[in-house]
Write a protein that binds this ligand. Structure first.
Ligand code: ATP
Ligand code: FE
Ligand code: MG
Length: 333
């Protein structure tokens, strides 16, 4: 019962084929990061034009990689939000066209549900009660998972997302877009205690996040810093990273304690971060929590997670109308 899914919510065009158990039969990503780097961020019209160029060849490539004919695909899925409207329309239109041509169901998938369920892929399933931390470029959320489709929001960011904080600070200190991986790399050589950057909402029982104060704190520090000095640059990166990951890890542990769940999952682009992964593993072991981390190539945007989320929905007998619209602000909960 393979499902073919497309992801085009932002600047990555991706296609993948996945089994209901979450085994990837094929996955391809055409990244536009090089193109958008010169603008310091994603330009929507440039993104959608590049999706058009990439989407059809990618479908062909994943079918070949999986050794499947189009007729052997059980259903077609695509991300329908949140994201850039003009980008979302490319993937959903292609998936709908394939579904019509092959007389197979179409499934519209919430991009954040893709991230949310990605830790259960590759034999880690089935999806079961847990607390999820989703940390991506546009979202920072703690969600209690009861079952597929039954989610309770425990907390979210009041301003910047964790990935956004990484990217904005990186831009301020002259590192290229996207900044998260760059800070991660620099941080390995730095001292995480060199600067005491703020951690928000850390006293008490709050599961809310805020990262805008961190950005401001770095901004105030900037005139005093010689960023040409590789040690200073590495120390700033390590300290910023530490401030972000300490909050993420502590709030996840707090959410597990508050809900009584013993299984915790972490997904989204920021969950690639090496410092975060190390700290999570150590802290969860100490707290006797079972930790499921999305595989590094499933952390940032990909279509495998969309195919997996679609397959979970499909197994519950769900599909979407061909008239289903895209929604730039589609909510998960
Ligand atoms: P959303 O999923 O909220 O719509 P998005 O799709 O842009 O946003 P993702 O692709 O999941 O987000 O993740 C991208 C983000 O992850 C970027 O902000 C990027 O800087 C960050 N990121 C990627 N790798 C790392 C890393 N190693 N360390 C820290 N941040 C990282
Ligand atoms: Fe994403
Ligand atoms: Mg992205």
């Amino acid at each position: 019962m393979p499902i073919l899914a497309l992801e085009s919510s932002c600047d990555e065009t991706a296609a993948a084929i996945c089994t209901p158990e979450g085994t990837l039969l094929a996955s391809r990503i055409a990244s536009q990061a090089e193109i958008h780097r010169r603008y310091g961020g994603v330009v929507p019209e440039v993104a959608s034009r590049n999706h058009i160029l990439h989407v059809r060849p990618l479908v062909q490539e994943v079918l070949e990689e999986a050794g499947l004919a189009l007729g052997e695909i059980t259903a077609f899925a695509a991300t329908s939000g949140p994201g850039l409207v003009s980008s979302l329309l490319i993937g959903t239109s292609m998936a709908k066209a394939l579904a019509v041509a092959e007389k197979k169901p179409f499934l519209a998938v919430n991009h954040m549900e893709g991230h949310l369920l990605s830790p259960f892929m590759g034999g880690q399933g089935p999806v079961r009660p847990s607390v999820a931390l989703i940390v991506s470029g546009g979202h920072t959320m703690l969600v209690q998972v009861k079952s597929v489709g039954e989610y309770i929001l425990l907390g979210r960011t009041r301003d910047d997302a964790a990935g956004e904080a990484f990217d904005k600070v990186a831009k301020m200190i002259g590192l290229p877009y996207p900044g998260g991986p760059e800070i991660d790399k620099q941080a390995r050589q730095g001292n995480p205690r060199a600067f005491a950057f703020p951690r928000s909402f850390m006293d008490g029982e709050s599961l809310e996040f805020s990262f805008s104060g961190l950005k401001t704190a770095v901004l105030y520090e900037l005139p005093k810093l010689n960023l040409e000095d590789p040690t200073v640059l590495a120390d700033v990166c390590a300290s910023v990273q530490e401030a972000i990951i300490e909050v993420l890890v502590e709030k996840l542990v707090l959410a597990a304690r508050q809900t009584g769940e013993t299984l915790v999952t972490v997904s989204g682009g920021v969950s690639c971060n090496r410092g975060l992964r190390e700290k999570l593993m150590a802290r969860c072991e100490k707290e006797k929590l079972t930790l499921l981390l999305a595989k590094p190539d499933l952390c940032t945007d990909n279509a495998g997670m969309i195919a997996y989320a679609a397959s979970q929905r499909f197994q519950l007998g769900q599909s979407s109308a061909l008239e289903a619209d895209v929604d730039p602000n589609l909510a998960l909960v």
